[in-house]
Design a protein around this ligand. Structure first.
Ligand code: IPE
Ligand code: IPE
Ligand code: MG
Length: 261
């Protein structure tokens, strides 16, 4: 191990963990995750898909704790898409039951880690029991300030945008706003995510490289990070790798590299 100027042993770069190399002043504010690969994980183990979804809750815990430890402010998790309603009924039932049991189980950890839970999506389509449990956890954790975790449930970005179009059209019709006054921030204010910053880093597990109708408006300038890790195997080290990789990139937002530096 090399010595530093005070003759103290310092780990050399390859002995330093990725976590040690993350710059705490350059963290993404908002990380969004497409948690994919539960089914393939189960298949690889010779188990039913339901077992993969159950094990997927461990990935959720790793992601939440990892974000809280590092100081990420917003974590949005894609848990169930509007298209996922088209899966076999028993799988949909499993996922909804798992939502209820995980909420019951995790409330304590959320409180201990000062995590506030939110939800986005067409929540009224969820089973009543899931809605009740969700509302209870949201209410109980609402004053927690360390990290906001948003579950996207029965969420579809096109539906979200369509809903905002309808709301804005009604406002135009009722002369609350004129078309000329509608700007990007006005549209943003009509999305589920109106009180959150845009996504800085979008992670998708399982090797698939697509967006699957997730946060289309909000990822306009997000950095994408794809990993082959299946969601049930996701560990905070995988989160660290994604953040480290993100920090190595130059976000230009349309400008030239020289303008950024
Ligand atoms: C992600 O895992 C969980 C949900 C979409 C609800 P999948 O169930 O999509 O797993 P794969 O893609 O079949 O492996
Ligand atoms: C996207 O995963 C939705 C969630 C992770 C909740 P899917 O597994 O449903 O996506 P596709 O169908 O492979 O694009
Ligand atoms: Mg999938």
């Amino acid at each position: 191990m090399p010595l530093d100027e005070n003759h103290v042993f310092v780990p050399s770069n390859n002995e330093m963990s990725v976590l040690d190399q993350i710059n705490r002043d350059k963290l993404p504010q908002h990380i969004a995750v497409i948690m994919d690969g539960n089914g393939r994980w189960a298949k690889k183990q010779g188990l039913l898909r339901a077992a993969g979804h159950k094990r997927g809750t461990e990935g959720v815990r790793e992601a939440i704790e990892g974000c809280a430890e590092i100081g990420i402010k917003y974590l949005t998790l894609y848990a169930f898409s509007t298209e996922n309603w088209n899966r076999p009924k028993n799988e949909v039932d499993t996922l909804m039951n798992l939502l209820v049991s995980s909420l019951k189980k995790e409330i304590k950890t959320l409180q201990e880690n000062k995590v506030a839970l939110h939800a986005i999506g067409n929540l009224s389509t969820l089973p009543k029991k899931a809605q009740r449990e969700l509302n209870e956890v949201i209410e109980k954790t609402k004053d927690n300030k360390r990290l906001r975790v948003t579950l996207a449930l029965s969420y579809g970005a096109r539906e979200e945008i369509l809903k905002s179009f309808k709301e804005i059209s009604i406002k135009v019709k009722n002369n609350i706003i004129s078309p000329a006054e509608i700007d990007e921030s006005y549209i943003n204010n009509h999305l589920y995510t109106h009180d959150m910053p845009d996504v800085d880093l979008l992670i998708r597990t399982s090797g698939e490289q697509r967006v699957s109708n997730f946060l289309l408006w909000q990822i306009a300038y997000a950095e994408f990070y794809f990993t082959d890790v299946l969601w049930p195997d996701f560990k905070r080290e995988n989160l660290h790798d994604a953040i480290y990789n993100y920090q190595k990139r130059e976000r230009r937002f349309g400008k030239t590299s020289e303008q950024i530096q």
